[in-house]
Design a protein around this ligand. Structure first.
Ligand SMILES: [Zn+2]
Length: 129
């Protein structure tokens, strides 16, 4: 089933009907269709980026704490816990309330680490070892 796609100024009708058959088209027609597709995909990317930014702002405005995976050579090696408004968050995974953030930092300090920029451990009153 063909998915109905809508974007300002675009409709599903302006997209190539069978993208897998575009190589059968004359080069000029193929180029025109690929340009149309390029513009539409650019719009999709910008729209998705805008939605991500809105979701991040909503998450930060809600307060609390944000987790972010720590990776080395593609392997998960731990979790960094940030204050929700920390500017160092690049790939938020989940939100935690203060109780859960405090629990994670105290219960498993070998895996859950406080961000060294926003220092949620200080905010949460966790004493240093
Ligand atoms: Zn942080």
């Amino acid at each position: 089933m063909r998915e109905i796609i809508s974007a300002p100024g675009w409709s599903a009708c302006s997209l190539p009907p069978n993208i897998e058959h575009m190589s059968d088209l004359p080069p000029a027609e193929r180029l025109a269709k690929l340009r149309t597709l390029e513009v539409w995909l650019g719009w999709q990317l910008r729209d998705t980026q805008r939605k991500i930014e809105q979701a991040e702002q909503q998450t930060r405005a809600a307060g609390g704490y944000i987790t972010e995976q720590e990776r080395r050579a593609g392997q998960a090696v731990g979790v960094t816990i940030h204050a929700a408004d920390c500017p160092k968050i690049s790939q938020p995974v989940a939100t935690l309330d203060a109780t859960k953030a405090q629990y994670a930092l105290i219960k498993d300090p070998g895996f859950h680490h406080p961000c060294q920029h926003c220092r949620p451990d200080k905010t949460l009153g966790i004493p240093k070892d």
